[in-house]
Every structure is written in structure tokens, then in C-alpha cells.
Design a protein around this ligand. Sequence first.
Ligand code: FE
Length: 205
Amino acid sequence: MDETRRQAIPSDPALRVKSLESLLVEKGLVDPKAVDALIDTYEHKIGPRNGARVVARAWVDSDYKQRLLTNANAALAELGYGGLQGEHMVAVENSAKVHNLVVCTLCSCYPWPVLGLPPVWYKSAPYRSRSVIDPRGVLREFGLELSRDVEVRVWDSTAELRYIVVPERPAGTETLSEEQLAGLVTRDSMVGVAKVAASSEGARL
Ligand code: FE
């Protein structure tokens, strides 16, 4: 391959993937709609719903919550979750006094088995740097204003260690079933950039 041609190949992995995808589509080997559907499924459906089930179980079963907080991998395996990109998990619990926020300052390490694929903002340079420098400011931009007496803990994920936040169970949900509770839990609340609302209206996974 000559020098000019080599330089024309994008070095950014995202660009390389995009080029590959374009080529496959062009040659009629893949349907772009199928690729989009696949990504959407992992990003919005399968992944975060797993985490939501874990959180709902922790809310209704305090023994399970204890196991989750002390040995997350074993507790996740109880519900059938584990595997690639989630080999070493830690669960951290939000309370009225403590708010946990998860980031990967180095790249985009994320707990795939329980949250699916990381959203674009999670991988962005501003989120990765500012979450550590000014977590309250970042949360404010997500629409979450925390009072000064709430301690904010920021967890930096690595390829070895990944986190899931157990958000606070909202008041007024005492009569809901575990399944209904799971329906309230959003992806963002398990990364720590949002709280869980008592109504699923407007909630997004
Ligand atoms: Fe990373």
C-alpha cells in the first residue's frame, strides 16, 4: 500500500468502523437498518433493562441488596447477569446523603452485561474530564441539582473494575411490584446522572 493511500485511512476507531459499515452496505452485505436496530437494542433495551431488574430486586429484598453491595458479581450472577465487560463489578448505593457518579476518565469502560452499550455522552471528552473536576456542574447539566449537604462520590471505571449505581427508591412506590419498579429505573440513574422518578412518565432507558 502506498503512503498516500495509507494516510487516507482514518485512524479513529469510530471512523474506521463507519468506513467498514459503509463498505458492507455498499456491497449489499448488511442492511443499515438491521445494524441500527441491533445497536438500539443493546443501547436502550437489553442492557439497561438488566440493570433495572437488579436495582428493583435490591429495593424489594434487603438481603439481596446487601449481597449486591458486598459481592456484586455473585449477586448479578444470581439473576443470570455477567460476562464480557462486566467481569469485575462493584455496586454503589445512593442515599439521601450520598450520590454516586460513574465515569471512565481514560476511555469508556462501562458494565455491558447490566447497562448495555455506553451512550455517546459517556464516551465524550467533556464528560470524562469534567465529571471528576466538577461533578455537581455536570449533574446540573443533566438536570440534577444536589444540595450542598449531599456528598458526591465519583467512581473512575477501568477495564478491570466497572460500576453500577443503585439509585434511591423513590417515595410513593411502596405498592408497586418488583417488575413495575424495574420499569421506573433508567439507564442514566444507574450511571448516576439522574434520580429515579416515582412515575415512569418521561423516563427513558
Ligand atoms: Fe475505559
